[in-house]
Ligand binder design. Structure first.
Ligand SMILES: OCN(O)CCCc1ccccc1
Ligand code: NI
Length: 183
């Protein structure tokens, strides 16, 4: 099972490189790895397992974070309306997005970042994502608010982008035009 020792921390170049498209259909090994990433998230949100294996809770994970430069992400969370999202996705792509942006008032964190980085992370409030799921089906997901934030955080990892790249250097708590808090 994946544990925190498998999570690459900032400073490793894999987190700053562009990840490669996965050739479809994915291999059995790629499918197994994506299942492991999803299982890590579920374990990290299970009080007993997380305590036993000292897992930091995570709502998403991107393959570069386990040192694999491939365009694969896993997400497992409930949004504020308690809608559940649990996906392993190959080659996720944002095919459209709103002009309007949103952010979490508590900022963001990252399993690959062992420090607090204060500041607002402005992200598109609505996005449409196309991807291939673990059953090899093409999915098109219309996401808004918290779900849109999580997916953008993960897809950023596939492009070598860290959440703090979006925080204003001049004023970390600057709220850009067209930007409304998500929580
Ligand atoms: O890349 C996954 N990750 O490092 C875990 C935390 C993900 C995450 C945290 C705050 C807001 C959106 C997404
Ligand atoms: Ni992250």
């Amino acid at each position: 099972m994946l544990t925190m020792k498998d999570i690459v921390r900032e400073g490793d170049p894999v987190l700053r490189n562009m990840a490669e498209e996965v050739e479809l259909p994915p291999t059995e090994e790629e499918i197994a790895t994506l299942h492991e990433m999803l299982t890590f998230l579920k374990n990290s949100q299970d009080e007993e397992i997380a305590e036993k294996y000292e897992l930091r809770a995570g709502v998403g994970l991107a393959a570069p974070q386990i040192g694999l430069p491939k365009r694969m992400i896993a997400v497992h969370f409930q949004d504020f309306d308690e809608k559940e999202y649990s996906y392993g996705l190959f080659n996720p792509k944002i095919i459209s997005h709103s002009v309007a942006k949103t952010y979490l008032t508590g900022g963001e964190g990252c399993l690959s970042v062992d420090r607090e980085v204060p500041g607002y992370v402005p992200r598109y409030n609505k996005i449409t994502v196309k991807a291939t799921d673990l059953n090899k089906n093409e999915v098109k997901l219309k996401l808004k608010g918290y779900a849109a934030i999580v997916f953008q955080h993960e897809i950023d990892h596939l492009n070598g982008v860290m959440f703090y790249d979006h925080i204003s250097q001049e004023d970390p708590f600057l709220i850009p035009d067209n930007t409304v808090a998500c929580d």
